[in-house]
Design a protein around this ligand. Structure first.
Ligand code: ATP
Ligand code: MG
Length: 559
């Protein structure tokens, strides 16, 4: 594995661990990544995955994968499979077997009883709304529930009844007995268990009481012997509860919680709840839509594991919340694709061009490099004939002085080939240009024009050498910087977040695609961008290309 010691040893978390090692040189570092299987992983999770796994690797420790599955209403086995697949794809190996918070349900139940026996938990009959009301606010202290002072025996009996399905959902719950006047709202008798009658993907119908995140998380960490439990800053206050629970039950291990800042990315929503809404409303197609920054969406768009890991390294781990530029993510993949992509020509919006001074049966083959600086990446053949496609935007009918590409009476060079001059156009009845008629100067192959400046170069594909393809160009999904912060984030959608074009690639490139594992291939369509083959919808007879990233940074340019 590609361990980048450089970056993971200069953050505040590393310094904490270093100190811990000074105190105990036999420390075995154990971290964990605890996703809730209620959606797919996104780039924010990748930040947490890289931190936990890289630190464990760095210190020969280990990192557990634990599904935090305490809410059967939202969870699904398909999310578990997708999460496992994404972590593997990123190149990380979890320690031994996968863990589930649900595997600890029997133990958690016993620890809950221990709290009751110590007079530190009680069964409450207030409704959800009443609990909220009694809890108070930041400026107003809370109020004790009238059920707070039941006897231990009564609480034990009621809790057992809860477990045995005697009560309805919402009728009762188990709460910790801490302090309704605490300045920390989280410490005002937090709920530890609630009733949910829903089959669970792991424990089936064995349980109808489910522990809350705060109760299950710290105990699961302790059971697994986790030494350092990293989470995002919103859990800063929850740390009090995390420590309170562990201090008040008879468990040996004492994991420590540390918080770091969440990744927020410009123009993106990274909350699973919001992504689900985008899918439900059919704004995007699924969790792997290339317009969202899920791991599967990024993969489908052509991102590689190393580009995502490099990005996570670059943004670093701090305690300051900030909004990361989208162009930083794009920089990481562009840099990588620039090194390895096969250069080839594609015409996305084709218009025919006819070279009238070349015979119909004339054919010339050019051998062109797959990469300008890497001969080891080989070459491919292109065919030149008298009828070719060029991109519609490389020709302008109306004269514009500043326009440097093809226009009537002016010259351009066809990439790797001859200089041509546009003389006439042919239109259909609706006035649409159907063909540009040009003169081809056959004396210009590989030669600079005498006494003239080099003309602009445009890309092209001979009709004979063309293979039809669909191209999907992705733009920002939102037209504001920080849609994740907006309640009504759906009002800031970019209506043109996907642009579909139908054009051509070179036939020879199609052969390369047929002969290799296309999932690993990336292309730089010259002057257009970096593309990959869509792994879901592309077919042998209809290739679909996704634009991974443009050649230059365009996100910062206001369109
Ligand atoms: P979401 O808000 O996207 O639903 P979550 O925090 O509820 O995220 P979990 O599955 O509970 O998602 O998270 C698993 C781990 O990933 C947690 O440790 C969490 O702190 C971390 N994580 C989630 N989102 C981010 C993010 N944007 N940046 C960094 N870490 C994150
Ligand atoms: Mg969560």
């Amino acid at each position: 594995m590609n361990i980048k010691i450089k970056k993971y040893n200069n953050n505040f978390i590393y310094n904490i661990i270093k100190k811990d090692f000074k105190k105990n040189k036999y420390l075995l570092l154990r971290t964990r990544f605890p996703p809730e299987p209620n959606g797919y992983l996104h780039i924010g999770h990748a930040k947490s995955i890289c931190l936990n796994f890289e630190l464990a690797n760095l210190y020969n420790g280990h990192c557990n994968l634990r599904f935090d599955d305490t809410n059967p209403l939202k969870e699904n086995i398909k999310y578990i499979n997708a999460i496992k697949n994404d972590i593997k794809w990123l190149g990380y190996k979890w320690n031994k077997k996968i863990h589930y918070s649900s595997e600890y349900f029997p133990k958690l139940y016993i620890y809950a009883k221990e709290l009751i026996k110590k007079g530190l938990a009680y069964v409450d009959e207030l409704t959800k709304e009443e609990i909220r009301e009694y809890r108070g606010t930041l400026t107003q202290t809370g109020k004790d529930s009238p059920y707070r002072n039941r006897s231990i025996e009564e609480n034990l009996t009621l809790f057992k009844k809860m477990k045995n399905g005697y009560f309805k959902e919402g009728e009762v719950c188990l709460r910790a007995k801490i302090d309704m006047k605490s300045t920390y709202i989280i410490m005002r008798d937090p709920v530890l268990y609630r009733i949910i009658f829903q089959e669970h993907h792991q424990t089936k119908n064995k349980w109808c009481i489910y522990p809350m995140y705060d109760f299950a998380h710290c105990i699961s960490d302790a059971i697994e012997g986790i030494t350092h439990s990293f989470c995002t800053l919103e859990f800063q206050d929850n740390k009090r509860l995390y420590n309170w629970i562990l201090e008040n039950i008879s468990i040996k291990n004492r994991p420590k919680q540390y918080e770091f800042s969440r990744l927020n990315l410009k123009y993106s929503v990274l909350s699973k709840r919001k992504i689900s809404i985008l899918i439900e409303k059919k704004i995007i197609n699924n969790w792997d839509d290339p317009r969202i920054q899920t791991i599967s969406g990024l993969r489908r768009k052509g991102y590689t594991p190393s580009s995502i890991k490099n990005f996570c390294e670059k943004i670093g781990v701090t305690k300051q919340n900030n909004l990361i530029e989208f162009s930083m993510l794009e920089y990481c993949i562009r840099k990588e694709l620039n090194e390895k992509s096969i250069r080839t020509m594609a015409v996305l919006d084709p218009i025919k061009l006819y070279l009238y001074n070349i015979d119909n049966n004339y054919e010339e083959t050019f051998i062109v490099p797959n990469h300008p600086k890497k001969p080891e990446l080989g070459t491919h053949k292109i065919i030149f004939t008298n009828t070719i496609y060029i991109d519609r935007e490389d020709f302008k009918e109306k004269y514009e002085k500043k326009y440097k590409r093809l226009k009537i009476g002016e010259e351009v060079r066809l990439r790797y080939s001859y200089i041509i001059k546009a003389e006439k156009i042919e239109k259909d009845l609706s006035g649409k240009i159907i063909q540009i008629i040009c003169y081809c100067n056959l004396n210009t192959l590989g030669k600079k024009p005498i006494n003239k400046k080099n003309p602009a170069v445009i890309h092209w594909i001979s009709v004979k050498n063309s293979f039809p393809s669909e191209f999907r160009l992705y733009e920002k999904l939102f037209n504001i910087d920080n849609p994740d912060q907006e309640k009504n984030f759906l009002s800031f959608l970019n209506p043109n977040s996907i642009i579909i074009k139908n054009g051509f690639i070179e036939k020879n490139i199609n052969k390369t695609i047929e002969n290799q594992n296309y999932k690993k291939l990336s292309f730089q369509f010259e002057r257009i961008g970096y593309f990959c083959i869509d792994s879901v919808e592309s077919k042998k007879n209809k290739l679909i290309f996704n634009r991974t990233v443009s050649l230059k940074d365009t996100w910062n340019i206001k369109k």
